[in-house]
Design a protein around this ligand. Structure first.
Ligand code: FAD
Ligand code: 2HG
Ligand code: ZN
Length: 477
């Protein structure tokens, strides 16, 4: 293979200024958000149109060069980072960021893959509608990346994850063909569901170039509260109580343990938790209100429901945000947990989910097992409790010497993964597999499912050109 010929052909399609080769230009694309993986690439290419993506794929097929699709590069599993072989390209969708269409009658929005999530949210609100996908990385992550990872976030409880919000995709296949599917249909039972195959496939089956996403009525008001709860089962009872009784919609029920809040306040002392009683768990609750002139507002409803919950001894203390600024402050604390943990030199992340009825047993038992095995280990446990999704993250004990997590990591993972199996949970609730968890996927997903996934990969990408060795460990393809 002649690299110069290859690059010349790429430049012929998108222009030399969009084929990055200089180390200082390519650096941000070659490492992951957590700084765990460092890859190498022949070039980083930045197409502007779907037809250019198709041409790039055809050129890569001709020269047998693998492609790593990349959006905002916020993956927490190293899924958008190339390997170290230096024989791959990164295809960044950043420049494909147009909002192609807003169809208010159909309540949909057609976005190019590189559109930043926050831009999509803002565009929706300019049209007095609401786009619910919401996560702390929304200022950088893209719609294409959100779909390729089937991102979750903080509104899944009411609106579902990225998959549930998508009505159609435009995809470039590993053969360099364009699959057109942007009709925005809510019903379409015409054979196998190809859209859902690409969603969550982490760039291993196709390159998403555009998507039709659902829009919703914009809430007239949001009301948020921080609630202190000392007992896990009370937290679940509170969730059920609110789901049953809130006429306004319960959109978020986010859990933060005492340890996650302490770590966040330690690294970001500008924040404050305005609760008198600090309990084992703090919950961030959000209700959406839709009626302009209702006598009972979301805030008054939340107030009376939380009072009633307190009388039933489901909670210790609660504070309802009294301004938009305070709503933001509450969310800032929740969203800074990841950033606080990133400041700790050594940590391990588990993004896991369980049936709600099994969560408490998992937590009590696993916490004890980890303490027995690694005394003083810090469990930074938080997450989207309403979805049964824990970010069960660990930090080295305070007094641990350097290299603690590296030396204990395997043992810790053995304990946690065995417990996930015991309680029939998922090893990846919302962040995907990437390269971080591919061995665990093979070990925990079951042979039948795993073989089917290999067969799908083989059928759609027989030359293993799209994000090879991510998600799956290929048999000798
Ligand atoms: P990238 O990181 O660029 O890529 C992710 C994967 O998608 C890679 O496999 C890549 O090859 C593939 N890909 C990207 N674009 C395309 C495309 N157009 N076509 C095909 N494949 C593509 N995740 C959650 O689910 N919930 C959260 O609450 C959440 N919070 C986060 C908070 C922080 C602070 C950070 C750093 C991350 C968080 N994440 C969360 C993880 C991450 O933001 C999501 O996985 C997000 O969806 C990735 O989008 P991206 O555009 O950055 O994709
Ligand atoms: C969140 O919910 C993200 O904030 C990140 O999914 C979780 O840091 C993590 O593990
Ligand atoms: Zn999350």
């Amino acid at each position: 293979m002649n690299v110069d010929d290859f690059l010349e052909e790429l430049e012929g399609v998108i222009g030399s200024q969009y084929v990055l080769r200089d180390a200082k230009d390519t650096a941000p694309y070659l490492t992951d958000w957590r700084g765990i993986y460092q890859g190498v690439a022949i070039a980083v290419v930045l197409p502007k149109h779907t037809a250019q993506v198709a041409s790039i794929v055809q050129i890569c097929r001709k020269y047998k060069i693998a492609i790593i699709p990349q959006g905002g590069n916020t993956s927490l599993t190293g899924s958008a980072t190339p390997e170290t072989t230096g024989a791959q390209i990164v295809l960044s969708l950043k420049r494909m960021n147009a909002i192609r269409n807003i169809d208010l009658q159909n309540q949909t929005m057609t976005l190019e893959a590189g559109c930043i999530l926050q831009v999509a949210q803002e565009e929706a609100s300019k049209h007095q509608v609401f786009f619910p996908l919401s996560l702390a990385a929304q200022g950088s992550c893209t719609i294409g990346g959100n779909l390729a990872t089937n991102a979750g976030g903080t509104n899944v409880l009411r609106f579902g994850n990225a998959r549930d919000l998508c009505l159609g995709l435009e995809v470039v296949t590993p053969q360099g063909e364009i699959l057109h599917g942007l009709r925005g249909l809510r019903k379409d039972n015409t054979g196998y569901d190809l859209r859902n195959l690409f969603i969550g496939s982490e760039g291993t089956l196709g390159i998403i170039t555009a998507a039709v996403m659902k829009l919703f009525a914009a809430p007239t008001k949001k009301s948020s509260a921080l609630v202190a709860v000392s007992d896990f089962s009370d937290m679940l009872r509170l969730l059920q109580f609110l789901q049953k009784r809130a006429n306004a919609e319960l959109t978020a029920f986010e859990m933060m343990t005492r340890e996650s809040i302490e770590l966040t306040l330690q690294h970001f002392p500008q924040f404050d938790i305005p609760l008198v009683h600090q309990a084992s768990f703090t919950i961030l609750i959000e209700l959406f209100e839709y009626q302009e002139d209702s006598s009972e507002t979301a805030t008054s409803m939340l107030e009376s429901l939380l009072e009633e919950a307190m009388q039933q001894e489901l909670l210790e203390d609660a504070v309802i945000a009294n301004s938009l600024a305070q709503v933001k402050d509450f969310w800032q604390i929740r969203e800074h947990i990841t950033l606080a943990q990133a400041k700790e030199p050594e940590n391990l992340k588990f993004d896991i989910s369980f049936a709600l009825s099994k969560l408490e047993r998992f937590m009590t038992e696993t916490g004890q097992m980890l303490e027995d095995a690694c005394p003083g280990i810090r469990i930074i446990n938080f997450g989207h409790l309403g979805d049964g999704n824990l970010h069960y993250n660990l930090c080295a004990p305070k007094d641990a010497s350097k290299g603690y997590i590296a030396s204990q990591g395997e043992r810790i993972q053995e304990i946690v993964y065995a417990q996930i199996d015991k309680y029939e949970g998922s090893i990846s609730a919302e962040h995907g597999i990437g390269q971080l968890k591919r061995e665990h996927l093979k070990a925990h997903r079951g042979d039948v499912a795993y073989e089917m996934m290999l067969a799908i990969k083989q059928a759609l990408d027989p030359e293993n050109l799209f994000n090879p060795n991510k998600v799956l460990i290929p048999k000798q393809l």
